[in-house]
Ligand binder design. Structure first.
Ligand code: HEM
Length: 368
């Protein structure tokens, strides 16, 4: 910890010594922050944990998701085959006839639909922030489900992401790693079966949002935006039948509408509410990009030293992030064509270098 703190302090010292760093960079912005009470800049002591938090929040989370992704692929060759087929169809896979696939473009990301579903399923099974989010209302009691549930002011509410993502009452076959569930079920983030009678959910979305945003802020444009997002997540009108068909313990058939906004969420890898993850869009860009580029050229196998899936399960650990004690040892196996392509590239680079050297020599020593 002391080493880590001294690294962050050194980084801050460096940024200051070069005049505040690149405009718009995190450190640059942090140096411009003024304490609203005193009008003074933040002290080093105040800035250090902010920088450390961004490092941890931005790197460890995405890194561990990458680790679990490669591990799960090594255990599910049928899933890997589908990702490989998707990359191949997009011209992004290295093959013997195409050892140098084209570069991944921004526009490709949304088209890699199966890869995106795969990442969602990885984040379901192994959410990096597995221990969850903690919320507390300091100002008022929270009244949910038309007053049926009251959470007294000051109560610490712990939302354990890993447990909720893997609970049997929330998911069908939670232990099955199935990216397909995200493609088959629009609004998969929302509970498909309601654990409480349907009438409890009447006005659920508004009340829970008001609990987060407060009555005032919960209305108007923000409310409309939430409703629009919820409609989108729901897959529009089409998904309403899906909610109606959901197996529920109620007999009342009361008035609640059946859009996903009336159903509680069961998936929170990036947390919820105003303090949710600020880097989620970045993460959902870097993860598919990195995985697409790695998987285009390599297949990954679990090292024998890990002791198979049982060995990995024994070493799973839930600290600040969901990880594996001692790290995940894997073999990267080049796909057919990759090594040949690399050898060919080296040959042509060497030939170019020789030709350039010969040309330079000819210029330096013109024929007498
Ligand atoms: C797979 C990747 C990621 C996951 C699963 C993830 C998850 C989360 C979660 C669950 C929280 C909320 C914690 C809480 O409510 O107590 C959070 C907060 C945060 N995340 Fe991420 N994160 C990821 C990537 C990133 C990246 C790439 C960045 C930045 C480059 C980032 C920056 C942050 C920051 C600064 C916060 C604190 C926000 C605040 O307190 O207001 N995260 N993240």
């Amino acid at each position: 910890m002391a080493h880590w703190q001294s690294l962050v302090r050194d980084l801050l010292g460096h940024v200051k010594s070069v005049g505040g760093g690149r405009p718009g960079s995190f450190c640059n912005l942090l140096l411009k922050v003024r304490d609203p009470k005193t009008g003074k800049p933040l002290t080093d002591k105040q800035m250090t944990p902010e920088i450390a938090a961004l490092f941890f929040a931005g790197i460890d989370t995405t890194g561990h998701t990458g680790t679990w992704s490669l591990y799960l692929l090594s255990q599910h060759p049928e899933v890997e085959a589908k990702i490989v087929a998707e990359l191949d169809a997009a011209g992004l896979l290295a093959t013997p006839s195409r050892p140098e696939p084209r570069r991944l473009e921004w526009a490709d990301l949304n088209k890699l639909v199966y890869l995106q579903a795969f990442i969602k399923e990885v984040l379901r099974m192994y959410p990096p922030v597995g221990v969850g989010q903690v919320r507390v209302s300091h100002t008022h009691d929270l009244r949910l489900a038309a007053g049926r549930l009251v959470v007294p002011r000051g109560t610490l509410i712990w939302v354990p992401h890993h447990a909720m993502h893997n609970a049997r009452h929330n998911w069908d076959e939670p232990d099955s790693f199935r990216p397909e569930r995200w493609l088959e079920t629009p609004g998969c983030e929302y509970a498909q079966r309601l654990p409480m009678p349907r009438e409890w959910y009447s006005g659920w979305a508004d009340e829970t949002a008001d609990a987060y945003f407060g009555g005032e802020k919960g209305g108007g444009a923000e409310k409309e935006e939430r409703e629009r997002k919820s409609e989108e997540a729901d897959g529009g009108e089409g998904n309403k039948a899906d909610a109606d068909d959901a197996e529920e313990p109620t007999t009342s058939g009361s008035a609640a509408s059946s859009s996903s906004s009336d159903r509680p969420k069961r998936y929170f890898p990036f947390a919820e509410g105003p303090r949710n993850c600020v880097g989620q869009s970045l993460a959902m860009t870097t993860l598919p990009t990195t995985l697409a580029m790695l998987l285009a050229r390599f297949s990954f196998g679990l090292a024998d030293s890990m002791g198979g899936a049982v060995g990995v399960a024994k070493r799973e650990q839930y600290t600040l992030v969901t990880g594996v004690d001692g790290g995940m040892m894997m073999h990267a196996v080049p796909r057919p064509g990759v090594l040949e392509g690399r050898a060919e590239r080296l040959r042509s680079q060497k030939a170019e270098a020789r030709a350039a050297a010969a040309a330079a020599e000819a210029v330096a020593a013109p024929a007498a």
